[in-house]
Design a binder for this molecule. Sequence first.
Ligand SMILES: [Zn+2]
Length: 225
Amino acid sequence: MRSAVRQAVALVFGMIAFLALVATVSCSSRGRAPEADTYLRWVSFEVPINENVTLRWPKRKMPLRVHLPAPPEGLFDDPGGIHDSVRDAVMDWSDVVAPGLPSFEFVDDAGDADIPIVWAAKPDGNWYIAHCAYDINLASRRFGVARILVTGSWGGHKADLHDVYATVLHEMGHALGLGGHSPVEGDIMYESISATAFEGLSARDRATLTALYARPIGSRVTGAR
Ligand SMILES: [Zn+2]
């Protein structure tokens, strides 16, 4: 049975599908066996006109600088636990592609961060728990993240440690360049979190990020979804 929280999470992810720019995916499977078991076709970015390309951080940007301040008073019942959950959700993407790729470094100044994490008292749109806002220049194929917003409560609900961890893990996938959603339930980049299928990053999540970083930035994706 789905709790209200999980329904809300599903809603969030549904809305993010629209909010996260015009993210679609694509991959050409012909002659690209290593991409066969990925959802790369679903996570590329649509650029004018009628073209889909992959966008991501340049490898030389590693380690990515993340600003994660302490949660403000009153937002969560267990602010220390929530802080650790968000930190874990960032760090659990470490080395997925290769040693050091991606990698993360926490910085004290938000102005120095590639990925600023910002606490919000309540959602500022149709999302719950967390939301990744991009800062992308489609024309120049420059990828960036404006912020990941994390909130603790909405409509009388309070986010628990698991929901915050799972949601931020998903948003971090967006923040690494996965610009859409997996069609397969159980992947962290599926549009909603399944209470029963959640096991952290799946083999497909790992393979898709690996395929994304194996391609040049801005490479065309055919058959985008
Ligand atoms: Zn999403």
